[in-house]
Design a protein around this ligand. Structure first.
Ligand code: SER
Length: 251
């Protein structure tokens, strides 16, 4: 894979998903509009919750964005890890009742391995513990080696943030090598150290959480993906942490 600037990664991602029929929308405001459950926008999907629930019809059922985010639950990690920031940009491709697991995972894999030419032996995939459908798709359709697939529980592989659309997820990790590892025999995708860096999250968004832990099935199945732009830039540029990527260094 080649050194790629953060701005080029952003453009490659958005134009890749435009080529897959997505409408490119600008980032929404960091201040939520009509969502009392959030103080600040924390993910690409947050400003579009009503498209996921079907309450509002989206301009197209495939959308791609680069969303400005602030995620307060992670704020205590900033400065301690290589991968947490106060402000970050999240790239996303979204399906509102259109494509689902097969397309979302195939395109994520195509973008990583063919557009960015990331080495397959450094990539790992996690799936929700009982999601055998995702396992079949990753191994049979996308050709991922079963030794690079890890099943994790709800804390890692079920995405939700308070109330709203949520669901089991499947993440892609990059192995940055032993020098970033904690040395534990259990170190692997999902470990808190900086060796295996999660940079892409595919959420199979099919439930609504009412905020009190009550889940109802959404009328439509959706895809909500989140790709950490600074994390991917850190990987593509081979720098130590997200504060050393080109756009930060050039300011
Ligand atoms: N909502 C998921 C996340 O923020 C995927 O976009 O990780």
């Amino acid at each position: 894979m080649e050194w790629t600037s953060l701005n080029d990664i952003r453009e490659k991602y958005l134009s890749f998903f435009e080529s897959k029929g997505h409408l490119r929308l600008p980032s929404f405001s960091l201040v939520p509009n009509g969502d009392k459950s959030l103080l600040l926008i924390n993910s690409g999907m947050a400003p579009m919750k009503k498209y996921f629930t079907g309450e509002v019809t989206p301009p197209r059922n495939r959308v791609t964005t680069c969303q400005k985010c602030i995620r307060t639950p992670d704020i205590e990690q900033v400065g301690k890890t290589a991968r947490h920031g106060t402000f970050f940009e999240m790239l996303g491709n979204f399906s509102f009742g259109d494509y689902f697991k097969k397309e979302a995972t195939a395109w994520a894999w195509e973008f990583c391995t063919e557009v960015l030419e990331m080495p397959v032996d450094k990539l790992y995939v996690t799936i929700y513990e009982n999601d055998d459908e995702a396992y079949e798709i990753w191994t049979k359709q996308n050709g991922v080696d079963p030794s690079h697939i890890v099943r994790l529980g709800k804390a890692d592989n079920f995405w939700e943030h308070g109330s709203g659309p949520c669901g089991p997820c499947s993440e892609i990790y990059f192995d940055r090598g032993e020098k970033y590892g904690c040395g534990s025999p259990d170190c692997g995708p999902g470990c808190e150290c900086d060796r295996f860096t999660e940079f892409w999250n595919n959420v199979f968004s099919q439930f609504n959480n009412d905020g009190n832990g009550n889940y109802t099935e959404l009328a439509q199945k959706n895809i909500d993906t989140g790709m950490g732009l600074e994390r991917l830039a850190c990987i593509m540029q081979g720098v130590d942490n997200i504060f050393e990527v080109d756009t930060v260094q050039n300011t």
